[in-house]
Design a protein around this ligand. Sequence first.
Ligand code: GDP
Ligand code: IMO
Ligand code: MG
Length: 425
Amino acid sequence: MNLNAAVMGLQWGDEGKGKVIDYLAHEFNVVVRYQGGHNAGHTIYYQGKKIVLHLLPAGIFSENTISVIGNGVVVNPLQLLKEFEEVKANGVILRNLELSIHAPLILPVHQELDIIFENSRYVKIGTTRRGIGPAYEDLTGRRAIFVRDLFDKDQFYKKAKPLNDYYNQRIRTSTNGGKEIPIESYIDDYINAGQVLKYFARNTVYTLNRYFREGKRILFEGAQGALLDIHFGTYPFVTSSNPTIGGICTGTGLSHKALGKTIGIAKAYTTRVGGGPFPSELFSDEADFLREKGNEYGATTGRPRRVGWLDLVALKYAIMINGIDEVFITKLDVLDEFDEINVVTAYETSNGEKNQIFDPAIDYLEQVKPALHPFKGWKKNISDINNYNDLPREARDYINFIEEYTGVPLQYISVGSERHQTIRR
Ligand code: GDP
Ligand code: IMO
Ligand code: MG
């Protein structure tokens, strides 16, 4: 096998991908985002300062690492420029960045449509309202405008004007909010952004394949998580892309031969932002305690995250569909103060049967009752521990149980948000 690695979330996002990528990046030559857009919020600590990245790969802070935004990412050019300024203010020189010319654009009307669709739903998805869904809809609808279209104003206008008019017409007749956005109000901003982005724009399908041939080590940075996948997640409470393994090939132009090791990231418990089924969800005091201890507020929208116990049925499903080789478990330290910690080992269905099947259909997941396996808490601060054997026995029991249940080694254990707070086994 080659020395590349694919890193992806195994739950409903926010597993700590930013921290993990930042931790691993120095071992790689290239870090690539392959799907999603600025719905992602990947938190990293750089020189003691907290930074949240939405579009830029989290390898941007590793000197000499090439950061690539692949063709599968939906790009809001103005957001990207904003992030350039933010990382530049933190001392990053954007020398080694590549942006795919084939990445679809998010237009201002996409954001309005996102709001309208959301307002019109009986049960809300709770999207990030960034225009992600409508931009991917235009891609599959064969109407998308791409990064490459930003470099020629006439070309951009010809393509974007009819689309923009069409959507404005829909917005005008909508009873669910949203405002019309004339193309004239943003075309110059987009074209000017294009002049800056041109410097970074590449046919990344070719550059990535060249890096692969040259033996450069490539790290794939997933956004969102397996249970938010458009095909394998809890539809319709999902995002509009493939955070799972297949998204890497379609979002980069690299074949399966380039994938390397697959590292899945899971929190030591579970969180979810927005609507949708969540069998192990906690409520009331226990939930409040976990949310506060884990600081579970969205990195992109600031929304409080729903919280619950680790769901091993769901985790095993995510491991299965992605062919995960190793798990990187995060936020174990958040469980330090619990007397008792639980994990879900099975689901009990409405007809009294027990099984270990994560069928993402919401009719199924909404009626299952989780069967819990209790653990004694370790009641000790573990955030300074950097050796596996120094972890309290109860914490090691927890880790061992997860490994046995899933059949996959928990190769890394994160005990804090900083890069060094990581145990490698
Ligand atoms: P991502 O979207 O997967 O990159 O995750 P987010 O950045 O949205 O959310 C993860 C949050 O947990 C961030 O605030 C991280 O700084 C924090 N974090 C990551 N790993 C750990 C850990 O092991 N312990 C603690 N306490 N916080 C962590
Ligand atoms: P990272 O990369 C957590 C969720 C939204 C909503 C659903 C659809 O930081 O883990 P969208 O705006 O994508 O159409 O919203 O997906 N969602 C995320 N939840 N982390 C994310 O990204 C998310 N990106 C989207 O909350 O439920
Ligand atoms: Mg996040």
